[in-house]
Design a protein around this ligand. Structure first.
Ligand code: F0G
Length: 325
């Protein structure tokens, strides 16, 4: 079911599927447990393998951060040079640190992700091998999450996915459809795409019953990974949601942060805000049947969104009353 065996690998995939204590019949697929802390590694393994086989010596991505971190790591592993083009001030700290650590050339652009992607499309792709999700190999790799869910749980009724540039929801749908073609999934899951309210070109269009997105010029959300106004894969995402009988929904930043905290405290899963958006969507919708929410990225990616409370003490006299409280 995969076009070739991944040559370049750091051990991606096989992430935990955890039955949540937040809601009956809710499972969380923790793709933040991938080597660089996000689902991007599934696709990057294949994408970088193809880049290397094609004889490329440089790869390039535009990114809200996770694609950059993953491309930097897999390019390093393959001995390729990575260029990452990022929206200045819109990338979480952990992701920047990863790109730097793995030796990528970091280029910061004024504007949002959409501007960074436009620059890569206009000027980058002729000079370096592009590894954004318009590259079909990325999506081929990302569909493996469907195969893992099938192996662990069978075919769920609903799969809830955070949507930014809108590639992953299609990749996962493609994976389930292939299981269906093999007779393994008699009933395919509904694909539910979740967007942040301030960056919801697809969810808004869906609500209005439109056939094309209501692009957003100035996206706003705490979930910087999905702070995208013009998703390049929107056609594919519409196909996934329509064919599967699913829907797009939006959740606001408050719901995202509450879902992030609830998941951390009920299930011990630390996810970044975009990764919590799917859980927020699943909790808001109360879907019938078995639901799998994809938690796409690790909490440590974006440490700055979490409020840290500490109690300072300097003696045991101060410690004991705290413990007996
Ligand atoms: N969740 C996380 C943690 C992400 O990093 C992304 C996308 C998504 C969800 C949405 O996936 O774009 O396939 O709809 N991050 C990209 C990046 C845009 O550059 O890292 P999508």
């Amino acid at each position: 079911m995969l076009p070739l065996k991944s040559g370049v690998t750091i051990g991606e995939g096989r992430t935990p599927l955890v039955e949540s204590r937040l809601r009956r019949n809710l499972f969380v697929k923790f793709d933040g447990a991938n080597p660089t802390g996000s689902f991007k590694d599934r696709g990057m393994a294949l994408g970088v393998t193809v880049a290397k086989e094609a004889g490329a010596d440089k790869v390039i991505v535009a990114s809200t951060g996770n694609t950059a971190a993953s491309a930097a790591a897999y390019a390093a592993r393959a001995g390729l040079k990575a260029y990452v083009v990022l929206p200045k001030g819109n990338v979480a700290r952990g992701k920047l640190v990863q790109a730097a650590l793995h030796g990528a050339v970091i280029i910061a652009v004024d504007g949002y992700f959409d501007k960074a992607l436009e620059l890569v499309l206009d000027h980058g792709t002729k000079r370096a091998y592009p590894l954004n999700s318009f590259n079909p190999w990325r999506l081929e790799g990302q569909k493996t999450v469907a195969f893992e869910i099938y192996e662990e749980l069978g075919c769920p009724d609903n799969v809830v996915v955070p949507v930014g540039n809108a590639g992953n929801i299609y990749a996962i749908w493609k994976g389930f459809k292939e299981l269906g073609e093999l007779g393994l999934c008699p009933k395919l899951p509904r694909m539910i795409g979740v967007q942040a309210a301030g960056a919801a070109p697809l969810a808004r269009a869906w609500r209005e019953g439109l056939n094309s997105p209501l692009f957003v010029d100035s996206p706003k959300t705490i979930a910087s990974a999905i702070k995208i106004g013009r998703p390049i894969n929107w056609v594919k995402a519409f196909i996934a949601v329509r064919e599967s009988g699913g829907m797009f929904v939006e959740v606001d930043d408050g719901e995202i942060l509450r879902a992030q905290a609830a998941l951390a405290r009920a299930d011990g899963l630390g996810v970044e805000p975009a990764g919590a958006a799917s859980v927020a969507g699943a909790l808001a919708l109360d879907l019938p049947g078995i639901t799998v929410a994809i938690a796409t990225g690790h909490a440590l990616k974006d440490p700055d969104v979490v409020e840290v409370k500490t109690i300072s003490i300097s003696s045991q006299e101060e410690l004991i009353p705290l413990l007996e409280r």
